[in-house]
Ligand binder design. Structure first.
Ligand code: HEC
Length: 165
């Protein structure tokens, strides 16, 4: 049994080295053509919170830590970013129908109220992304005021989210 340990460890090392060459594409674009700012007023304080607490997973521009160069960590991060953007992308916010945008503001409120976002696996490392109660309230109030603005600008039925199919 003992004679196998060395070859197995070498094998693992070789695999670890080889997977370093399989790098996921980076999520880094400055294209904000459909960015949330193009349509909605985002006060500076709110913007700063979104940047530190949400943008890494919910925009087209992630700020990568050094360990994002290490596989398989980078795969795990890329997966979070992809999943996160699929649900909410602040860089492409205005691409969706207005009813969807309205719904996303509602979801933002829910996620923050329930303490589900930012994800715990993120805040464990990114301590600056931990939101104080005041910061939470600021973002919640902002999202609510965006919904109120939409309500005053659009006919009620255009803000109703109709399920596809
Ligand atoms: C580390 C990555 C990460 C960070 C940081 C993050 N999220 Fe998310 N978010 C995700 C992932 C992954 C999902 C989809 C899976 C899920 O719902 O858990 C998601 C889903 C969501 C959704 C959609 C929920 C739904 O019901 O579809 C909203 C809204 C959201 N996040 C808001 C936020 C806000 C607001 C912040 C900042 C305060 C934030 N997230 C920070 C990764 C992240």
């Amino acid at each position: 049994m003992k004679k196998y340990i060395k070859p197995i460890l070498w094998g693992l090392l070789v695999i670890l080295v080889l997977i370093q060459f399989i790098r996921p594409a980076r999520n880094q674009s400055n294209d904000e053509t459909y960015g949330i700012h193009t349509k909605y007023a985002v006060p500076q304080e709110v913007d700063a919170i979104l940047k530190t607490a949400c943008n890494d997973c919910h925009s087209n521009n992630t700020i990568y830590p050094w360990y994002a160069n290490v596989q398989p960590v980078a795969w795990w991060l890329a997966n979070h970013v992809e999943e996160g953007k699929h649900h909410l992308n602040l860089s492409e916010f205005t691409k969706s129908r207005v009813a969807v945008q309205n719904h996303k503001f509602d979801e933002i409120i829910d996620m923050i109220k329930e303490g589900e976002m930012p994800m715990t696996s993120y805040t464990l490392i990114h301590r600056d992304a931990v939101m104080s109660d005041a910061q939470k309230q600021l973002v919640i109030d902002w999202a609510q005021s965006m919904m109120d603005t939409l309500k005053s600008q659009y006919p009620a039925d255009s803000l109703v989210l109709k399920r596809k199919g």
